[in-house]
Design a protein around this ligand. Structure first.
Ligand SMILES: Cc1cc2nc3c(=O)[nH]c(=O)nc-3n(C[C@H](O)[C@H](O)[C@H](O)COP(=O)(O)O)c2cc1C
Length: 229
């Protein structure tokens, strides 16, 4: 049975396009695997704490040397890491905010990337001392943007710092292979015109189709081939 970790990062509930996209993806997944388990983490409504001097000190103290106060500081991070570990697929519903990640999702990333828990650090590895201790997961990024034209050659080419950031986090810090990162976006939300309606409906269809296809691919022996987008 697949475990999906659904993370919603929109600050709004009403009218949220990304929340609808995560719904569609999971509905699609369940058409192929009705018994899939879904863990939900709503960082948009309940943002994780941002890192602090105390949490950094506690995180970098070996587990057997931590004081009770340090363990308390890390309790939230431990819960989020436990959810991450259980998940086979991370499904992010994530708006573009000011050309980057919503702060709530960045706070989540900073809580789950932790030495000794999700990565190891070894200078013997030369210029790349960090290595994720996770592997085999997939990442699905379902996003919505008010503007448009962020694609290569588009009028806002290079302005979207969210998708590249999440790809780097996935591949460099979460042990996710580049081929297992999947992205769908709805655009033009701020224009509220025909272009937006078309883009949003296509994104909903694509999210459902991707969910169904990835779930079906997990059941077949040629899963890597079929999961490619
Ligand atoms: C604080 C904030 C910042 C935003 N910044 C951008 C932006 O830089 N570029 C953009 O295309 N849209 C931007 N938008 C528009 C959102 O990406 C868009 O409304 C999206 O649909 C929000 O996701 P949601 O519908 O799930 O809430 C911003 C919206 C908000 C609320």
């Amino acid at each position: 049975m697949t475990v999906l970790l659904r993370i919603d990062a929109s600050a709004r509930l009403e009218g949220s396009i990304t929340r609808d996209m995560t719904d569609r993806f999971i509905e699609g997944w369940r058409t192929s695997e009705p018994g899939a388990q879904v863990l939900s983490r709503d960082v948009g409504r309940q943002p994780p704490s941002i890192v602090s001097e105390a949490s950094i000190r506690a995180g970098f103290t070996p587990a057997d040397q931590r004081t009770p106060a340090m363990c308390d500081v890390l309790a939230e991070s431990a819960i989020l890491i436990d959810e991450l570990r259980q998940a086979d697929v991370l499904v992010l519903g994530v708006p573009l905010y000011n050309y980057g990640l919503p702060a709530s999702l960045k706070a989540w990333v900073d809580q789950i990337v932790r030495p000794g828990e999700t990565f190891s650090f070894d200078l013997e590895r030369g210029d790349f001392p960090i290595e994720s201790t996770l592997s085999g997961k997939s990442l699905v990024v379902l996003s919505s943007r008010g503007e448009f034209g962020f694609e290569p050659g588009g009028i806002r080419d290079g302005w979207n710092h969210m998708n590249p950031h999440l790809r780097t986090v996935a591949t460099r810090l979460l042990g996710i292979a580049a081929k297992d990162v999947h992205e769908i976006a709805s655009e033009y939300q701020e224009f509220d015109d025909e272009r937006h309606h078309r883009s949003r409906e296509q994104a909903f269809l694509d999210a459902a189709e991707l969910g169904s296809r990835l779930a079906a691919a997990r059941r077949t022996p040629c899963r890597d081939e079929e999961a490619r987008t």
